[in-house]
Ligand binder design. Structure first.
Ligand code: FE
Ligand code: FE
Ligand code: ZN
Length: 277
């Protein structure tokens, strides 16, 4: 069965997200752990989380995905910004542990002219500081489009991070279809080739989740502007191949397309039609 969901707003609570997911035919979802632009996270409501856990179990949910605020920069050239990012990531992982055995995704960050090497060192140091043997949450690095000095536009950059992380079984990758396409990977004409590269450089066993987004821009644009499924340069045929690919078809897929709940429901229905059971 296709594991599919979309990004939902955490503001109404955890159980509400589970209900929203079910209402649109989803069996997983993604959410920001806190206001994506800010730092404030609500106090954990254990009761609300218990209700979500029950609902997930009853409805056979796939793993859900918490997303760090996208403004965090763990490899900033500003020490305050780095410390802040570290604090948020640490607190978010603690929050994720209330819903054990799920996924937490963050953007590796931008090195802001400090150079790739220093940027990667900051990311590695942070992860080696935060990750704990006893945690059940898998922390994912997201593939990025390569806007500005973004780290994570190539599989090699992500592997440089993973290579230097001590607790390797706590870390993985979330592949964003819009981002890799904008970064220059031809998932439209050569999906097998791209996945072959991923496997050789990182290893497909490290791939835990897919962000399913079409792109408003052509391959290699480094723009990162998401389009709804089938309305961008990637196109519906490519998405049919992506969700059915033997190396991907059992992973959870998360829509981050510019759509409301009803629109996401339509995209999910379309993808279910394209999925070969
Ligand atoms: Fe993201
Ligand atoms: Fe994404
Ligand atoms: Zn994006």
């Amino acid at each position: 069965m296709l594991k599919i969901g979309c990004h939902l707003s955490v503001s109404r609570g955890y159980e509400a997200m589970g209900k929203d997911a079910i209402s649109i035919g989803a069996n997983t979802f993604q959410f920001f752990t806190r206001n994506p632009r800010g730092s404030k996270a609500k106090d954990i409501d254990v009761n609300d989380i218990e209700k979500l856990k029950n609902l997930m179990e009853e409805n056979n949910f796939a793993k859900i995905l918490g997303h760090a605020p996208y403004t965090l920069n763990i490899c900033s050239n500003n020490v305050r910004a780095r410390e802040f990012a570290l604090m948020v990531l640490e607190d978010d992982i603690k929050r994720m542990e209330y819903i054990p055995n799920n996924l937490y995704n963050f953007h590796p960050g931008s090195h802001v002219k400090q150079g790739l090497e220093i940027g990667i060192k900051y990311i590695v140091d942070a992860l080696n500081n935060i990750l704990k043997q006893e945690q059940t949450t898998t922390v994912l690095l997201e593939t990025m489009s390569g806007k500005g000095t973004e780290i994570g536009r190539t599989f090699e950059e992500l592997q440089l991070i993973i290579d230097n992380v001590d607790l390797k079984d706590k870390i993985g990758v979330c592949l964003d279809t819009c981002h890799v396409y904008d970064a220059g990977y031809d998932i439209v004409n050569d999906l097998d080739g791209v996945l072959g590269d991923f496997d050789e450089i990182i290893g497909l066993e490290k791939l835990y989740a897919i962000h399913l987004n079409d792109s408003k821009n052509p391959i290699g644009s480094h723009k990162d502007r998401h389009a709804t499924i089938g309305e961008g340069y990637i196109g519906i045929d490519a998405f049919k191949r992506i969700i059915n690919h033997p190396k991907l078809r059992n992973l959870p897929f998360f829509l981050e397309t510019p759509n409301d709940l009803e629109g996401h429901g339509k995209e999910i229905a379309l993808l279910k039609e394209l999925y070969i059971n």
